[in-house]
Design a protein around this ligand. Sequence first.
Ligand code: BG6
Length: 528
Amino acid sequence: MASTQEPEVSASMASTQEPASAAVDPENPLVEGLERLPVAPTTLTIFGATGDLAQRKLLPALYNLAHEGGLPERFHLVGVSRGEKEHEDYRAECEAAIRNFSRRAPDEEVLKGLLEHVRYVPGMFDDEAVYGELQKTLEGFEERAGCALNRAFYLSTAPMFFPVIVEALGSQGLDRREGAEVRVVIEKPFGTSLQEARELNRRVLGVFEETQVFRIDHYLGKETVQNMMAFRFANGMFEPLWNRNYIDSVQITAAEDIGIGSRAGYYDHAGALRDLIQNHMLQLLCHVAMEPPVSFTAEEVRNEKVKVLHAIGAPLDDEVAGMAVRAQYGPGHVGGEDVEGYLEEEGVREGSITETYAALRLEVDNWRWAGVPFYLRAGKRLARKITEIAVTLKPVPHLAFSQAGSLGVRPNQLILTLQPNEGVTLQLGAKIPGTRMMIRPVNMEFLYGTSFLSQSPEAYERLIMDAMRGDPTLFTRDDEVEAQWRICDPILKVWEATPQALAQYESGSQGPEQANEILDEGHSWRAI
Ligand code: BG6
């Protein structure tokens, strides 16, 4: 029976822009893991406000939050960047970015409302005057509001400026505000080695408390990654199987068909291991391997992830060749077009040995997972874009079928597709209809697209909102980021000490042959 206190949602109240969710069933109220903290009035300052990330992701995310009523009633945005320009010009740039990159066509009223609260502060990040101007702008908003407003500083700049900005915020007294919260959001990459990450943590935590720091890994903001928690911890049926007794191996793939585009300046110094594996893919591994947290609070969830990372041994020098493979894309054919190889891409150093593909075999040495290989691979210019986790169960112990009937019996596989075609597939053996007992694999499938008829928010929408709310669950903690580097650092060191030309794979292919060398006997990579 509908409660008399809560108004029923009538059809006429539903937004006309989006279909109502098919999954909302009045008999089964939705379950939220956490009490959602409200978003207090906030001024968000973006350093690097005219950069690619701000234009393509942050501004559209802010617009979509505004559209959905997710921003606080009092919200201001300040853009800080090098170029001299008027507030009006910056507003026009924001508008263009939103129109070009927002996932929904903007509603003119909402857009206008958002842009009215945008200001611009020009200057170099190491120039004290910038922070004085910023201080004045923030105080101006607060005077008009008649109270202190929360402040969030988003560092969307080249990484060399992270410590510079953080320390300037500290020395200019912008790191604390009486009567309000101050938070700093730091983009990736968080260091390029364990030593750099430690140093960056030391400098950031020399100014801010850990509770004020929000380190971004945008994969954590993805719906499908959050669903892994729901999948594992809201369903009883998987837990009994989720261990070394039943699981044979786990394969995590982040394949992309795109090349490095115009990002050679960054990518040629990073490579696939730093760019994707050290952060996003190790996070995915943690989601598969972590123990159920006692509660979904930031500390409990992150404690469990850190335990997983600690259970992965840092490889010794002489183990690296047997557990890690690197390669570079050569010329080839992708999406119906001929494309150049990595070494021909604009901005790539001559004879560069930066890997555009990396594959690892890791083990999580604890009671639950000992002996189960976790294979990770990430690469650019592969056959298609797909991010998935495939969990393969052990084969059945005995086959009672005839030889012909047994041929189609395969170990069960559970595939979590993170993107595109988001969903979960369980591969089972089933009898082919007919007079004989013949088995073949079939799929049981859940697809977001058909189960929930609504569009998922972009990762950055969730993350910006959580940072403003002060909920760090979906952000990487200081010890977590260091634990991730602890695993990758020795591999990078061995690779850097052996600077031979890398194996090549054809663009548009499945990746290098050499990737097979790290697989245990009987294992193979799934087709991309
Ligand atoms: C970024 C990497 O962190 O993730 C990029 O720097 C990569 O190189 C991107 O393309 C992939 O993200 P997504 O959300 O498209 O899977």
